[in-house]
Design a protein around this ligand. Structure first.
Ligand code: AHR
Length: 334
């Protein structure tokens, strides 16, 4: 029998300290309890979030917490603040606590085998969310729910090819702002984008820099690249946070984002959609953070011993300057 009450209190205190900006569901202390607290026999889900580097990530965390509450799932939510070792510690705590299911968003692809073997030995199913891992033992996790990053990179590349075709553009110098090194979105978005433009003499990637999915680093990297290159025609940025920083750098350099520099970004947070509608961004490839309901559904199935699909990709699209309904995009919610 797991020590529910004492540990719940422990997690509530820990989470309150670690996640002040978030309003937590499940374990957070409240003055006014929600109408429906999870039942004593509710599914207990340990979730390790990788950090809070972007609006996407905050939207993802809030969505997971709200979905847990809706689904009556008891959620132990830990934020690893961008450190793999913190995620490993959190997973070990979930194992010690004998949660029903563990879910986590792995910050990088490598280095999970030992802790996941521990979860497997303890008989706790592990669900990957948002990002993938690289392992020689695929039985270490039961499934993945999150974006198809290759499809995202492809949509970005296809937009650029379409733009060049429509406008007869040639000799395009591209810079790439890539995400956290060794993370699956960084690897796969970059790879698929490259495949789309490979062998086409109209396109040349002149530099790739990692902005770590952070707005501040996106700005710094763009400033450096603008200084280094006489001409930059295209920015392909792996997320909106870096793009928003890069746009500041582009404007400070006296250039017009969306006109002097074609801007292609990934995510679809409200600020990026606003810039797309204003003409400062040319293409926003959607990556939805709204994974909470799917995660809760899968967690309940796993706790009941049911099989789940190996991969669950949410439906996603690209929003571009060529869309006829550009001004009708519904509010994004993050
Ligand atoms: O893993 C998803 C990526 O991580 C999102 O594109 C980015 O904004 C986040 O930081």
């Amino acid at each position: 029998m797991r020590p529910r009450f004492g540990a719940t209190l422990f997690w509530a205190v820990l989470l309150t300290l670690a996640l002040l900006p978030f309003s937590l569901s499940g374990c957070a202390p409240r003055e006014n309890p929600p109408e429906e607290e999870p039942a004593e026999d509710a599914v207990l889900l340990g979730f390790s979030q990788l950090g809070w580097e972007s609006a996407w990530r905050i939207g993802n965390s809030l969505d997971i917490q709200a979905a847990a509450e809706r689904a009556g799932v008891q959620l132990m939510f830990d934020n690893a603040q961008q450190k793999q070792e913190n995620q490993i510690k959190a997973i070990r705590s979930f194992i010690a606590y004998q949660v029903d299911v563990i879910a986590f968003a792995p910050i990088v692809e490598q280095g999970w085998d030992t802790v996941l073997q521990e979860a497997k030995d303890a008989g706790i199913p592990v669900l990957l969310t948002d990002r993938l891992i690289v392992t020689e033992d695929p039985s270490l996790y039961v499934g993945y729910v999150g974006a198809d990053f290759l499809a995202e990179g492809r949509r970005a590349g296809e937009f650029l090819v379409e733009k060049a075709d429509r406008e007869g553009l040639t000799d395009l110098k591209i810079v790439e702002l890539s995400g956290t090194p060794s993370s699956s979105p960084m690897q796969q978005r970059g790879e698929a984008f490259r495949e789309c433009i490979a062998g086409d003499p109209r396109f040349e990637i002149v530099e790739t820099m990692s902005g770590d999915f952070l707005r501040s680093k996106g700005k710094e990297c763009m400033q450096e690249m603008l200084e280094r290159h006489e001409r930059i025609d295209v920015l392909f940025s792996h997320n909106d946070a870096m793009t928003l920083g890069a746009i500041e750098a582009i404007e400070e350099a006296g250039l017009r984002p969306g006109e002097d520099v074609i801007i292609i970004t990934v995510d679809g947070e409200q600020a990026a959609i606003d810039f797309l509608q204003e003409g400062k961004i040319n293409c926003v490839v959607e990556c939805t953070p709204m994974l909470g309901d799917i995660i809760m559904d899968l967690a309940k199935k796993l706790a009941a011993g049911e099989e789940i699909p190996r991969v669950t990709n949410p439906e996603e699209r690209a929003f571009t300057e060529f869309d006829e309904d550009l001004m009708d995009i519904p509010p994004r919610g993050y």
